[in-house]
Structures are given as C-alpha cells and as structure tokens.
Design a protein around this ligand. Sequence first.
Ligand code: ATP
Length: 216
Amino acid sequence: MLKAPIGILGGTFDPIHIGHLRPAIEARDTLELAEIRLIPNHIPPHRANPFCSSEQRLAMVRLAAAENRHFVVDERELKRDKPSYTIDTLIELRHELPDTPLCFLMGMDSLLSLPSWHRWQELLDYGHLVVSTRPGWQLDYPAGVAQLLTNHHTSDASALHRQLAGHIWLADNQPVELSATRLRALLEAGQDTRYLLPESVAHYIDQQGLYRANRR
Ligand code: ATP
C-alpha cells in the first residue's frame, strides 16, 4: 500500500509569491497531497541573479511556509555547494521515501522548457509531473514535450496515488499572472505589492531593504 503523494515545488523564490503558492495549494486540494515541499534552488555565485542571498530567499520561503501547515521547507539544494539538477533531487527523495508517490509541481513555462533540462526524459521514472497553467504560456508544445504527454498524460487523479511515478497531470488551476521578475520591478519602483505575496514576506523585504532601486 502506497502512502499519500507529496508535492515538490522547486524554484528560485526571489521572492516567493502567490504565483508559486496558489497553484501549489490548489494542487494539494485537488490531488489530496500529503504536503508540499518547497525546495529553494542553489544559484551559482557568478550568475547575475539572484537579487537576494540564499539565506534571504530561504528566510522568505520559511515565512511563507509558516502560514500553512501543508507547506514544508526542504533546504537540501541550498546545502550543496553546487547547483542541483531536479533529477538528482528526485532520485534522492525517491530513496528517502520509497512508498510515497512524488508529484513534481511546475508552471506551464517549465513544462515547455523541459527538453533543455538535464536527463529530462528520466524525470518520470522517479515522480509524476503536475503542471499548472500560467498566463502567457499556452498548450503549444515542442515535439519532445508533445510525445511525453502522449505517453504519460492522465486525467485520472487516482493514478497519481496508485503509482509512484510516471504520470503527467495538467492542472485546471486559477491562473495567476505574476512572476518574481514583475514583482521585483514593482518593488524597485516602490509600488504597492500587497496581495501579491504573503504579508510576512513583504514585511521582511521591507525590513531588509530588498529589491530597492538604490540598492544596486
Ligand atoms: P522569475 O520571474 O525570477 O524567473 P518565477 O516567478 O518564474 O521567477 P521561479 O522561482 O523561477 O519563479 O519558479 C518556480 C516554479 O514556479 C516554476 O516551475 C514556475 O513555472 C512556477 N511558477 C512561478 N510563477 C508562476 C505562476 N504565476 N503560475 C504558475 N506557476 C508559476
């Protein structure tokens, strides 16, 4: 007997916002996921982004997670001194949780770019993919993704409970038109960002003076 599936959401979270949180919560409810693990990515120091340090991104993810008992923060990628590939994280989780279906959550933009991911065709050996709608990104798949959908798409939610891996679920979530890029631009311009991110995260950004125009 398998355990209830969990959701996994990796991201830069620079900062975390409702475009991450709402689709994740809706997936949790629709698919009856036991929890959602938020996994902030490690980013190499030489990259132009992120705007915040790993510690600050982690602090914001922790604040967001503290407001909902279904969110769990997983720091594994930040603890490594090199970027992790999603496939490596999924393989690790599969070993740690041998009886738990893993649902890797992503926005439609991520699904469309999947063929550029390291060992992308193996992802479905270790988990399911749960894809949220995202405004601006349509069901216009590159050939590799179309083939993947032909082979793995399901509209039977119970299949994600009955098997450890191997299915793709296209969520019918309330679309959220927001990116961290847009949010940073609003913050830099000193505009009101209420209701776009948790208040506790907004407060932290304010306190730390993050994303302000005069910072750079
Ligand atoms: P940036 O604008 O800095 O590129 P982002 O807002 O796209 O950031 P990421 O941390 O890169 O956020 O995204 C992590 C995951 O969350 C990705 O799978 C992405 O598709 C998904 N995601 C982010 N924003 C949304 C949104 N508004 N709707 C659905 N999924 C989203």
